[in-house]
Design a protein around this ligand. Structure first.
Ligand SMILES: Nc1ncnc2c1ncn2[C@@H]1O[C@H](COP(=O)(O)OP(=O)(O)OP(=O)(O)O)[C@@H](O)[C@H]1O
Length: 257
C-alpha cells in the first residue's frame, strides 16, 4: 500500500448519546482520489468536519504527513496543507468573484489580503501578488470571465468552482471536497472533474464525498463506504463495483464501462 498522507485512527464523534461517527479508521494514500460514499446520515460530513478541525473527535486521532493534528484549529491544518470545501458554498455574495478568491488565506503566514489592507493601509506588493495568484487560479478553473461579477449572481456550479478556487489559494496538498457535483450541471461537472484530475496529476491528494455513483466509480479509487457512522467497505473502485452490499445499497445497477 502507498504511503498515507492522512491517517484517521479510531475516530468517533457523538452528539449527546448519538454516535454520528463510530470508530472509523482510514488511511488516505498519497496521490489518491479517494471517494467517500454512503446514504444520508451515514456520518460522512461529520467525519469531514472532524478531519478539517471544525469538530473535535470524541475519541481517536488524525495524522497529516505523519504528524498528529488532532488538537489543531482548522486554519492551522489549512496552513499545513489541508484544504476543504463545503457541501453548501458560502461565498461573500456581494463581493466580486475575484475579491472572494483574494480573501482566501494563501497558506503563507502573514500573507492575506486583510493583512495587506489593514496592517499597512495601502495597496502594496503583497496585494498585487495575491491578485495575480487569484487571477491565475480563476483562469485555471475557467472562472476568469466572472472575476468582476458579484459572487451571489453566479450559478450554483460556478460557486462550487469558486469554493475550489478559494481552497487552491492555500496550495493545499490534501483537498477534501464535500459533494462537488451536487446541483452542478453536466458541463461544469466535466470541467470540475478535469480540473480535479489535473491537480491530482500535479500531486494533490483528494478525499471526495459524493452521492453521484457514476462520478465516484469513474474518478475515485479507492472507495470507502460508510453507513450508520461506521466504515462498511474499503477497497478499489472495481472491488466496489462488484461488492454485493454496495450494489444493493448504493449502486442499484452496474456502472457503464
Ligand atoms: N451538530 C449536530 N448535532 C446533532 N446531530 C448531528 C449534528 N451533525 C450531524 N448530526 C447527525 O449525525 C448524523 C450524520 O450526519 P452527517 O451530516 O455527517 O451525514 P452524511 O453522511 O454527511 O449525510 P448527507 O449525505 O445527508 O450529507 C445524522 O443523523 C445527523 O442528523
Amino acid at each position: 500500500m502507498a504511503e498515507a498522507i492522512l491517517s484517521l485512527s479510531s475516530i468517533s464523534r457523538s452528539f449527546g448519546e448519538f454516535k454520528a461517527v463510530d470508530n472509523v479508521t482510514i488511511e488516505i494514500e498519497t496521490g489518491s482520489i479517494t471517494g467517500l460514499i454512503g446514504p444520508n446520515g451515514a456520518g460522512k460530513s461529520t467525519l469531514f468536519n472532524v478531519v478539517a478541525g471544525e469538530l473535535s473527535p470524541t475519541t481517536g486521532s488524525i495524522k497529516l504527513f505523519g504528524n498528529d493534528v488532532t488538537g489543531l484549529h482548522p486554519d492551522q491544518r489549512f496552513e499545513l496543507g489541508l484544504g476543504r470545501t463545503f457541501q453548501i458554498p458560502r461565498p461573500f455574495k456581494r463581493m466580486s468573484v475575484l475579491e472572494n478568491v483574494m480573501l482566501a488565506p494563501t497558506g503563507q503566514t502573514g500573507e492575506t489580503l486583510w493583512g495587506a489592507v489593514f496592517a499597512r493601509g495601502r495597496i502594496g506588493d503583497q496585494e498585487q501578488r495575491i491578485r495575480r495568484k487569484a487571477l491565475e487560479v480563476l483562469e485555471f478553473l475557467t472562472l476568469r470571465h466572472l472575476a468582476d461579477q458579484p459572487a451571489g449572481k453566479i450559478s450554483g456550479g460556478q460557486m462550487k468552482l469558486l469554493e475550489l478556487a478559494r481552497v487552491l489559494m492555500g496550495d493545499p496538498k490534501v483537498i477534501l471536497l464535500d459533494e462537488p457535483a451536487a446541483g452542478v450541471n453536466p458541463v461544469l461537472t466535466e470541467t470540475l472533474i478535469e480540473k480535479i484530475e489535473e491537480l491530482n496529476r500535479g500531486g494533490k491528494t483528494f478525499l471526495i464525498i459524493e452521492h453521484d455513483m457514476d462520478f465516484v466509480m469513474r474518478h475515485c479509487d479507492p472507495v470507502v463506504a460508510m453507513a450508520e457512522g461506521r466504515v462498511v467497505f474499503q477497497g478499489t473502485s472495481s472491488e466496489a463495483q462488484s461488492n454485493p452490499l454496495l450494489l444493493d445499497a448504493y449502486l442499484g445497477a452496474p456502472v457503464d464501462a
